[in-house]
Structure formats: structure tokens, C-alpha cells
Design a protein around this ligand. Structure first.
Ligand code: PMP
Length: 420
């Protein structure tokens, strides 16, 4: 008998352009790290809205604040007008996130998405330095609009622009040639060589772990080296923490372990707390040289985002939150290690950090096969990497340990089935 949700899905396939081909069902309910489709089947979420749902679906504390705010007729949209919701968010972000970490940034609202934050970061770096070039890295992903796409490495996505994308030079990311080649030293040599053709850029932009680019994680030493190279040449350092920020790698900012101090930080995705569109660009105060109106956008004053974001910051007051993330990260690491141990014939490696880890397969098809097998068993997970060769596990940070354990067991079963 045909299930009603599949009928809807097939109709979607014929009528709309933007539908999901990997998860062939219709979802209608979600709570923390679980979703249910219209047939009542339960799924465990190892995708977390591509990093927008670090605090889970329908987080009850955040939801209640949003309901209260709406019932009190709180302002929902305000652009640059000051509102109580915005003031509360700004002071909480300063007091709970920036000050305890010794960070001093001006907070800017660049528009609703991560791409908006990246665009604003690159523009301000150009204005501050008077230079045009940007250095980005192999396998970087910074967004899909022309400016951010110019710093995105993926050739398939770049082709989609339909125009030549200038102004970015791509350097090899940490580990690109294996662990024996120091790519920071390579970059430094090119910057200092008058014959290299590489110009001193306005900025270097990087992700500490490349989320879309295959879960490549830079070492803390490499990040510190890149920071030193930037400082010595007055190059601005932009950390794109759109996906890795808000706790994904284990700390609020993904660069905290390395102890670096970027000039600009891009945040989006989970900063909105509840899956609501929101983005921030954090700029060192001395570089805040824009005049009013030089970078604007209609949806940069989403007050529901501020309300949800303010509430979400409470997690960072709890001294056990980071240790909890670390414990869950260890559970994932152990489970992935076990998977590879059981299948010694599979050419694969574990990548990632914190609650974004996965398996990179030498045979790329195995990654999507694993995701498909896992989906059949009620796990939502996606691939990443230039050849879609990485099966990526990315649950909400708030996933219950028992549910995480259960989900990991199902992924191991899916792998066993696939290898039979
Ligand atoms: N930077 C990074 C590191 C990202 O992962 C993404 C989205 N995957 C973006 C920028 C772009 O964000 P958005 O899709 O919200 O524009």
C-alpha cells in the first residue's frame, strides 16, 4: 500500500525545483535530535540543519521565550532601530561570550545568512587595507553569492556563477599534501617572493575545520602560524565560523583551542538559536570604519532571532556544557574507530573534530551508500567533501547521550549491511 507521504514526495518531484533527493520522505515534527515523518516513523538527526540547529529542534526553553515575546506583541522586525530584544542580545553576547574570552569586537548585523557575513568581512578588509586580493584555501566553503563564492574552492559550485570569479588566490590548506608538508611555510614563501605572482592580500579567510570541504581540521600550530604570517604583513585574518562556531567543535568559537585572535569573525547558522536566520560579523573596533549605509540589508534586524539567540547563550553559562560536548565527541570518535576496525579492508580515515566528525572513503560512492543505508534505518546524515567522499555525523550539541549511542549503533549496522 502506498504511503501518503510518498505521494506528496512524488508530487514535489514533479512540481518544484527545490526538493531534497537524499531524504525521500515528508517530515512534520521534530524535537531536539529527533524528527518524525508523516507516517509516524522516527529519525535521529545527525545533520542538525547543516549546523543551524546546535541547540536542537524546538528547544523548549528557547521556544517558550519566543512564544512569550509574541504574546507580548514584541517588535519582530526593526532594521537598525534599537529594540529591547536587540539590546538584550548585544549585552548578553558581550557579557557571556566576548568578555569571558578576553575578546573585543564590534558586533555587526550583515544580513540573515552566513554568506552575508562573509561578504561583509571581505568588503571591510578591502576598505581597511586598500588592497583587493583575498587568500583562501583549497576546499574552502564560504558561500554561494559572488563575493563569497570567489573564496569557495569547489569547482562545481564556482562554475555555477556563470562569470569569472576574480580576487581570490587559493593556498593549500593544512594537510593538503599530507602531514609532511608545512603549507603555512609554503604560503609564507610565496608571499615574500617577488617572483611568485602572489600579492599581499587584504585578508586571509579560513575555516578551522572545513565543514563542506570534507571535514579537514587544521592543527592549532598551523592556525597560529597563519596568524603570525598575517600579523607580520598587516594582512587581516578572517575566521569563517559560520558552521564551526557556536560550539560545533567543542568551544563557542572554533579558534579558542588554538588561542588565535582573528581580526574578523563570521557567525551565522546556530547563532539564531532556533534555526532562525541570523548572522553576525565581529570586527575589531579599530577596523570599524564603515559609514552608515555602506553595508545594509532588509533582514538584519530580525528580533525573533535576537530573542532566540539571547536565550541560547544560557548554555554557555553552564560549566558542564563544553565537557558534555567533549564526551559526546569521544563517543563518536570511538564508534567510528570501531567501524573501521571491524572492516579492515575498507580504505578510509576518520576526520573532523568535536560534534562534526565523519569517515572519508577512498571510494567516494561508499559515503553516499552509507548515508542511504543509514537513512533507511532512520538516521539523517549527509556527505561532504569535493567528491562527496565523507559520510558526516553532525548531531545537535544537545542530543541525549542515549540517543547518540543508539544512532551510532544504527550507523555501524548500516556499514555492516553495506559491506556484506
Ligand atoms: N561559510 C561556511 C563555513 C559555511 O559552512 C556556510 C554554509 N554551509 C556558509 C559560509 C554560507 O552560509 P549560508 O548558507 O547561511 O549563506
Amino acid at each position: 500500500q502506498e504511503q501518503p507521504s510518498m505521494q506528496v514526495f512524488e508530487q514535489l518531484e514533479s512540481e518544484v525545483r527545490s526538493y531534497c533527493r537524499s531524504f525521500t520522505t515528508v517530515f512534520h515534527k521534530a524535537q531536539n535530535a529527533r524528527l518524525w515523518d508523516t507516517n509516524g516513523k522516527e529519525y535521529i538527526d545527525f545533520f542538525a540543519g547543516a549546523g543551524a540547529l546546535n541547540y536542537g529542534h524546538n528547544n523548549s526553553g528557547i521556544k517558550q521565550k519566543l512564544i512569550d515575546y509574541l504574546l507580548e506583541d514584541g517588535v519582530t522586525h526593526s532594521l537598525d532601530m534599537a529594540t529591547q530584544a536587540k539590546e538584550t542580545f548585544l549585552s548578553r553576547f558581550q557579557n557571556l561570550i566576548l568578555k569571558p574570552r578576553g575578546l573585543d569586537y564590534k558586533i555587526m548585523f550583515p544580513g540573515p545568512t552566513g554568506t552575508n557575513s562573509v561578504e561583509s568581512a571581505m568588503k571591510i578588509a578591502r576598505k581597511v587595507t586598500g588592497r583587493t586580493e583575498i587568500i583562501s584555501f583549497t576546499n574552502a566553503f564560504h558561500g554561494m553569492s559572488l563575493g563569497s563564492l570567489s573564496a569557495t574552492g569547489n569547482q562545481f559550485k564556482r562554475k555555477g556563477a556563470g562569470v569569472y570569479l576574480p580576487y581570490a588566490t587559493f593556498m593549500p590548506y593544512d594537510g593538503y599534501f599530507g602531514q609532511s608538508v608545512n603549507t603555512a611555510a609554503y604560503m609564507e614563501k610565496l608571499l615574500d617572493d617577488p617572483g611568485s605572482g602572489v600579492e599581499i592580500p587584504a585578508a586571509v579567510i579560513l575555516e578551522t575545520v572545513q565543514g563542506e570541504g570534507g571535514l579537514n581540521a587544521a592543527s592549532d600550530e598551523w592556525l597560529r602560524e597563519i596568524e603570525r604570517i598575517c600579523r607580520e604583513r598587516d594582512i587581516m585574518l578572517i575566521v569563517d565560523d559560520v558552521q564551526m562556531g557556536c560550539g560545533r567543535t567543542g568551544t563557542f568559537f572554533s579558534f579558542e583551542d588554538a588561542g588565535i585572535n582573528p581580526d574578523i569573525v563570521c557567525l551565522s547558522k546556530s547563532i539564531g538559536g532556533f534555526g532562525l536566520p541570523m548572522a553576525l560579523t565581529l570586527i575589531k573596533p579599530e577596523y570599524d570604519i564603515w559609514n552608515p549605509g555602506e553595508h545594509n540589508g532588509t533582514f538584519r534586524g530580525n528580533n525573533l532571532g535576537f530573542v532566540a539567540a539571547s536565550e541560547a547563550l544560557d548554555y554557555w553559562v553552564d560549566s558542564d556544557f563544553e565537557p558534555q560536548i567533549a564526551r559526546k565527541a569521544n563517543m563518536i570518535r570511538r564508534s567510528l574507530e570501531q567501524m573501521l576496525l571491524v572492516h579492515p579492508g575498507v580504505d578510509a580515515e576518520i576526520r573532523g573534530k568535536g560534534l562534526i566528525q565523519g569517515i572519508a572513503f577512498a571510494e567516494p560512492e561508499l559515503a553516499s551508500e552509507l548515508c542511504t543505508e543509514a537513512f533507511k534505518r532512520g538516521i539523517i546524515m549527509e556527505t561532504s567533501g569535493p567528491r562527496d567522499e565523507v559520510a558526516k555525523l553532525m548531531p545537535p550539541l544537545t542530543i541525549e547521550q542515549e540517543l547518540l549511542e543508539r544512532g551510532l549503533r544504527v550507523v555501524r549496522e548500516a556499514m555492516n549491511e553495506m559491506m556484506e
